[in-house]
Design a protein around this ligand. Structure first.
Ligand SMILES: C[S@@+](CC[C@H](N)C(=O)[O-])C[C@H]1O[C@@H](n2cnc3c(N)ncnc32)[C@H](O)[C@@H]1O
Length: 358
C-alpha cells in the first residue's frame, strides 16, 4: 500500500492529522518517506541546492570556517559538523578550501548528521570514510568546540500552521474530503495553550501563520552546545528574516511545484525557515545569535565576486557558466535575497560577518 493510501486509511480511522505529522511521514516514513527512499538532489533530480550550483559556495564557507576557527584561538581539535549534508558536495568543497590552512584541517574532526540512508551512501562515495556519521546532533560527543554548518536543513523541519478565522484562530489539519482524497481542514484550538506567534495575531481572515517548534528546538540544542563547549553554527536556508504571515508549505518534484496532498513520499516537502524564532530560541538558551543577513550579502562579503573572476580567468571557456552560477547564488531575483544566513555563536566568540551578534 502506498504512503498516500496508508495515510488515508489512518485518517479514516483516527481522524485528521496536523501538518507536522503529515510532513514528517512524507519525508521520513521508513517504508516510503522521500528522504528514506528516494532523495534526488541535483540538476537531473528533484531540486538543486547552492552547493550544487557552484563549488564557490562550499569553498567560501570553508574560508569562513577557517577564520572562525582562528578567532576561536586555533583549537588543536574541534568538531566540524554538517547537519543534512545532502550528497556531500558542501563538505567536500569546504575541506578543499581548508587545505589553505593545514592546521585547521588537522584539527577538524568531521561529523555528518544525516537521517537518510541513501544520502549517506552518496556522502561516503564523495567523502570517503574520514567523516563519522550520526543520526542526531546529540550523538556527536560533547567536550570539544564545534563549527557547525547546515544548508537547507531547517526547511526540512516541520511547522504547524494556524489559520485566522472569524472569531480567533484554528489549526490547519489534513483530513479526508468528500471524494476520499486528502484535504486541508481546520481544528479549533479549544482551551489549549496553542496560539500563533504573538507578533502576528492581527491578520485578515483566512491568513495562515506558521510556527515551528522543531526548528526552535534544533536552535536550542545547537545553542546549548555552543554555550558549553564554544564555537559557532552557520544556518543557511530560504526563509523569513522577520515575522510574516503566509503558507510556505511546498512540495517539489522534478524541479516543479506539485500538490503536497497528492504526492506523499514522492516529492520533497519544505517550509520556510523561521529565522526570527531560531535566533530567539538560541539567545534564550545562552548563545549569541544574529543578525540575519541574506545569502547575497554573506557570499559577497566573503569575496565570491573575486573567486568567480579567478575561476573565469583560469577557464575562459567556462566564464559564462561561472557568471550564471554567480548570479544564481547572489542575484536578488534568484537565491541571493530569498535565502538568509544566521550564525549562532558561543558568548565569547565573534565569528566573521557576525561580529554584531547579541
Ligand atoms: C534539502 S537537503 C540539503 C542538502 C545539502 N545541505 C545541500 O545543501 O545540498 C536536506 C538534507 O537534510 C537531511 N535531513 C532531512 N531531515 C533531517 C533531520 N531531521 N535530521 C538530519 N538531517 C535531515 C536530508 O537527508 C538532506 O541531507
Amino acid at each position: 500500500m502506498s504512503l498516500l493510501d496508508r495515510l488515508k486509511a489512518q485518517i479514516a480511522q483516527d481522524g485528521p492529522i496536523g501538518v507536522p505529522e503529515f510532513f514528517t511521514r512524507c519525508l521520513h516514513d521508513p517504508r516510503d518517506g522521500y528522504y528514506a527512499m528516494r532523495p534526488d538532489l541535483g540538476a537531473g533530480g528533484d531540486f538543486i541546492t547552492a552547493p550544487l550550483v557552484s563549488q564557490m559556495f562550499g569553498e567560501l564557507i570553508g574560508l569562513w570556517a577557517i577564520e572562525t576557527w582562528t578567532r576561536m584561538g586555533r583549537p588543536s581539535s574541534f568538531r566540524l559538523v554538517e547537519m543534512g549534508p545532502g550528497d556531500g558536495t558542501l563538505m567536500s568543497d569546504l575541506l578543499r578550501a581548508g587545505k589553505l590552512e593545514p592546521d585547521f584541517l588537522a584539527a577538524a574532526e568531521v561529523w555528518l548528521v544525516e537521517v537518510s540512508a541513501p544520502l549517506k551512501v552518496r556522502q561516503a562515495a564523495k567523502l570517503g570514510d574520514a567523516p563519522r556519521w550520526v543520526g542526531r546532533l546529540d550523538e556527536v560527543p560533547v567536550g570539544a568546540p564545534m563549527i557547525l554548518v547546515a544548508n537547507e536543513l531547517l526547511d526540512c523541519l516541520p511547522a504547524r500552521q494556524f489559520v485566522r478565522i472569524k472569531d480567533g484562530w484554528a489549526e490547519r489539519v489534513i483530513g479526508l474530503g468528500e471524494d476520499g482524497a486528502l484535504a486541508f481542514g481546520l481544528r479549533g484550538l479549544g482551551k489549549s495553550a496553542d496560539t500563533p506567534i504573538p507578533d502576528l495575531l492581527i491578520q485578515p481572515e483566512g491568513s495562515i501563520v506558521e510556527s515551528s517548534p522543531a526548528q526552535a528546538a534544533l536552535a536550542s540544542d545547537i545553542a546549548h552546545r555552543l554555550a558549553a563547549d564554544g564555537g559557532a553554527a552557520l544556518l543557511i536556508d530560504y526563509g523569513r528574516a522577520a515575522p510574516e504571515a503566509g503558507d510556505t508549505l511546498q512540495a517539489i518534484q522534478g524541479h516543479q511545484k506539485v500538490d503536497p496532498l497528492k504526492t506523499a513520499g514522492l516529492a520533497d516537502l519544505t517550509v520556510w525557515a523561521d529565522f526570527p524564532a531560531v535566533v530567539a530560541a538560541a539567545r534564550e538558551t545562552g548563545a549569541k545569535a544574529g543578525p540575519i543577513i541574506t545569502q547575497g550579502e554573506f557570499l559577497t562579503a566573503l569575496g565570491i565576486e573575486a573567486r568567480a573572476q579567478a575561476l573565469a580567468t583560469a577557464r575562459p571557456d567556462r566564464a559564462d557558466q561561472v557568471a550564471r552560477q554567480l548570479d544564481r547564488l547572489i542575484g536578488e531575483a534568484q537565491m541571493g535575497a530569498l535565502f538568509k544566513v544566521a550564525c549562532l555563536t558561543a558568548p565569547d566568540l565573534s565569528p566573521p560577518l557576525f561580529e554584531d551578534a547579541t
